[in-house]
Ligand binder design. Sequence first.
Ligand code: GAP
Length: 433
Amino acid sequence: MKQDLMKDIVALCKRRGIIFPSSDIYGGFANTWDYGPYGVLLKNNVKQAWWDSIVKSRADVVGLDSAILMNPKVWKASGHLKEFRDPLVDCKKCRQRFKADDLKNKNKCSNCGGELTKAKSFNLMFKTNVGPVESDKNIAYLRPETAQGIFVNFKNVLDSTRVKIPFGIAQIGKAFRNEITPGNFTFRTLEFEQFELEYFVESKDASTVFKKWVEDRFKWYVDLGINKNNLAKIPHPKSDLAHYAKAVTDIEYKFPFGQSELEGVANRGDYDLKQHQELSGKNLEYAPVEGKKFLPHVIEPSGGVDRAILAFLVDAYKEEKVGGETRTVLSLHPKLAPIKAAILPLVKKDAKLVKIAKDIYENLKDDLFVEYDDGGTIGKRYRRQDEIGTPFCITVDDSSIKDKKVTVRFRDSMKQKTVKISDIKDFLDKKLK
Ligand code: GAP
């Protein structure tokens, strides 16, 4: 892998309106990022692809959109108030702060070799106050995972729908963590989005269903274009499990800064429902048609939208030599590409070409994200579209006036094909399926 690959990707994202540093005109705000005009399209496509595969295409999963702010008792029950902590150490010399767990040498600063302070425990949840007066009585937390919104709505979903075990509740939403060692672009940030599924099963089925979800989630990334040799399934050792988990397998990606977690699939047992049942005093048992009531166990595939996007970007990023020049391409899966096709009149000032190109644009724009692009030479326009991952460029030239055909250029092969204007919509529909 190219050494400066991350730098190149960060630069491309800024240059092409995919991801900007947050609060950029004020010099940024550490470890927060904004999705630009193309980035938001990419992000929506990633979320839609997840929603389609987890909710839309499955009769056994329903969706949810729960609030970020929740009753603080939720975080007591879930164990986050007590357990969601990192031990931190400071260097007495250079003042750099580290997670104690990340340090190989627990006695010396890895930056300057200075002496380290004793480890202090630090909760990762962001605190805020509800109401005008700041007091210990009105503390609320920005949720550090979307999962708890699902557990506290388990009974509501049971009572309001016809779900039967096994079934899942899925949601996509923001989560917040006061990360001490954030970094690596959007890999670890203070504010991020998660896609989480809580899949409720009988305890006897938990380990089979767990294995199935690891395979299904791995396949999702591969089906959306990630080279499977860049992915790995890594089971956690028992000694390294989160407080709620009986087993976890991470799906990891070979990022330029090292192989790291993309998504975790956890067997959470009945930990969460049991905790919430106890603290809320509400019965959260499931009543099967026959047999005794029971607390379901849960399998949780939990991924980060921003990490998934970063992996899709890294895997899609290519530099190729073409005619003595370097062409940068994002070979994104067409389903994820922000713009599906660009319509380019060969000559900007030719009214006839412009009219044909604009008509094609108007004809496509209600069904697909397409772009009309007449700025600069045709070569420049191809490069621009390659850099944002547009799979097809549709060029209108002189011959289009007579034969009512256009040239379609394929992003990855750069091959060209002539297509009748009247067939363009069908052509794109087939290719984008
Ligand atoms: N409900 C389980 C849970 O939250 P997690 O492993 O802590 O598990 C799940 O988080 C996913 O959320 C991770 O695999 C990662 O993709 C994403 N994630 C976690 N912390 C993140 C951060 N600080 N920045 C970006 N993504 C993060």
